[in-house]
Design a protein around this ligand. Structure first.
Ligand code: ADP
Ligand code: LRH
Length: 480
């Protein structure tokens, strides 16, 4: 029939899903085979991922997907599992929101100053960068016993195939890669006592990554051989690859648990000004650089929903839509919101501290979060185009947050630019198309994007022209 079928495993911080993409000469369809929650677990030793439950969800998803030509895996960045000499997992992978990295960066900077670290890796400061996690774990029994480190999507890929590797786009979130050479930063690792031998060989998106093991075929009812193909295994890399841009003058914002906002560039920006603005240079498909800033994202709302006992999201957003806009805003780029817990209180405290009205009802808190996210989107787009010296005519919004029409409209208003919203499952689409391309079905990145824009047309939001109000709201926050 000329139509090929690909399973995309996409592991987000809030849910995992197995999506099925059908790709033809000029067609692309995506369906959901299975979705499962990703619920971190707090143990006495700290916050951990329930990675076995995720693997179980992946197997269920592959069973539900049925026959496929290939499987690809992507997931959130920076975190990893350790394997012992027998290839068995050592403990539960540590969650990037765990407190073990508190104060670690400062210790690292005593050996390699922050400015040199940025010049060498282009990665923004975040306490959870893999580099800091490894330094935090330096004297742990587990790390001493470890013979292999696999980033989360690579770990699940290993369990499916028995083969080990380190996919490049996700490796770039470790802060151990040089974005100019696109390989390990050997000198830096040595200086900081990080053993690069722990990582498996680098793989690039499109590389073969093994075949499903016989036991996996039996458990999923699939008939082999089923190849696994390396994709942009950092979920943000896959999502950016699926931005349905038709021109070049676009900014993107991937909105899910995080908002990742920035530009696609041909080369990294490693200036001191860029470091001060906390922009990162992660690696994308085909030699591109994802020049972006991490913004707390819908995590702020997820955490409030948790405290409120899981109210209906649609009702909450409708009520928030009726609350007057921009009464109070918080800095959604502030790492103070990184840890879980007591989110409505922390947001109220931040409003109080900056002398703004304190949101009290759920609708007011939700409105404050959405206004604040839109404001952070504005700042990031503005900063990115200034720091990279690139024009921007349109903002593409992708990810689960595009299902939130209020957030899309507020982002258009705040940025003063048209917003093209969708697809919501961009990471899965990028994952599918890289597999399809590895099998000769689609062309370059621009062609992939045209195919997505034709088959999954985004929704357009026009800015409503109240720039002065957004500027005034911005002035209430601490200068960046
Ligand atoms: P991640 O991949 O980080 O787990 P997603 O991209 O799946 O995140 O986005 C999840 C977020 O999308 C949710 O926290 C929620 O705020 C938003 N979202 C999902 N579905 C809807 C919906 N039907 N209406 C409004 N917002 C939604
Ligand atoms: C989004 C994401 C983001 C990383 C964070 C840890 O899911 O991969 O790009 O910074 O998780």
């Amino acid at each position: 029939t000329g139509v090929h079928t690909y399973a995309a495993v996409d592991l987000g911080a809030s849910s995992g899903r197995v999506m099925v993409g059908r790709v033809g000469a000029d067609s692309l369809e995506l369906g959901e085979a299975h979705r499962f929650p990703n619920r971190p677990v707090r143990l006495a030793e700290g916050l951990r991922w329930d990675v076995l439950a995720l693997y179980g969800g992946v197997l269920d998803g592959l069973r539900a997907a049925g026959p496929v030509d290939s499987v690809g895996l992507d997931g959130w960045g920076v975190d990893y599992g350790l394997l012992d000499a027998d290839g068995a997992l050592l403990g539960n992978p540590v969650h990037y929101r765990d407190a073990r990295t508190e104060g670690v960066a400062e210790k690292v900077w005593a050996t390699v100053p922050a400015a040199r670290l940025y010049a060498a890796t282009g990665v923004q400061y975040a306490p959870f960068n893999t580099l800091y996690q490894l330094v935090a774990a330096r004297s742990s029994v587990q790390l001493a016993q470890a013979r292999r480190l696999l980033l989360i999507p690579d770990l699940l890929s290993y369990w499916l195939t028995g083969e080990q590797g380190t996919e490049l786009t996700n490796a770039s979130t470790t802060q151990l890669i040089d974005p100019r050479t696109r390989t390990w930063s050997y000198a830096l690792a040595e200086r900081l006592g990080v053993d690069l031998g722990l990582f498996g060989p680098l793989r690039r998106p499109g590389d073969p990554a093994g075949v499903l093991r016989p036991e996996v075929l039996r458990e999923t009812g699939l008939a082999g051989p089923v190849p696994v193909t390396a994709v942009g295994s950092h979920d943000t890399a896959s999502a950016v690859a699926a931005v349905p841009a038709t021109g070049e003058r676009f900014a993107y914002i991937c909105t899910g648990t995080w908002s990742l906002a920035g530009l696609e560039l041909a080369a990294p920006v490693l200036t001191e000004e860029s470091r001060a603005a906390n922009f990162t240079n992660e690696l994308g498909l085909d030699g591109t650089v994802r020049y972006l800033r991490n913004i707390m994202g819908l995590w702020l709302l997820q955490e409030c929903q948790r405290v409120w006992g899981g109210p209906d999201l649609e009702t909450l957003l409708r009520e928030a839509g009726a609350v007057p806009s921009l009464r109070s805003v918080v800095d959604a780029g502030d790492a103070a919101f990184l840890a879980p817990g007591r989110m409505p209180e922390r947001i109220a405290a931040a409003c109080r501290a900056s002398g703004q009205p304190v949101p009290t009802t759920r609708a007011e808190v939700t409105r404050c979060i959405l206004d604040s996210l839109a404001l952070a989107h504005r700042r990031a787009v503005e900063d990115a185009r200034r720091l990279a010296d690139r024009p921007v005519d349109v903002v593409h919004l992708v990810g689960g947050g595009t299902r939130n029409a209020l957030l899309c409209q507020l982002t258009a208003d705040a940025c003063g630019l048209p917003v093209m919203a969708g697809p919501a499952e961009a990471a899965a689409l990028g994952n599918v198309l890289v597999q399809a391309r590895a099998h000769g079905l689609v062309g370059d990145l621009a062609e992939m994007r045209r195919l997505i824009s034709r088959t999954q047309p985004p929704v357009r939001y026009e800015p409503r022209g109240d720039d002065a109000r957004w500027r005034a709201a911005e002035a209430r926050l601490a200068p960046r």
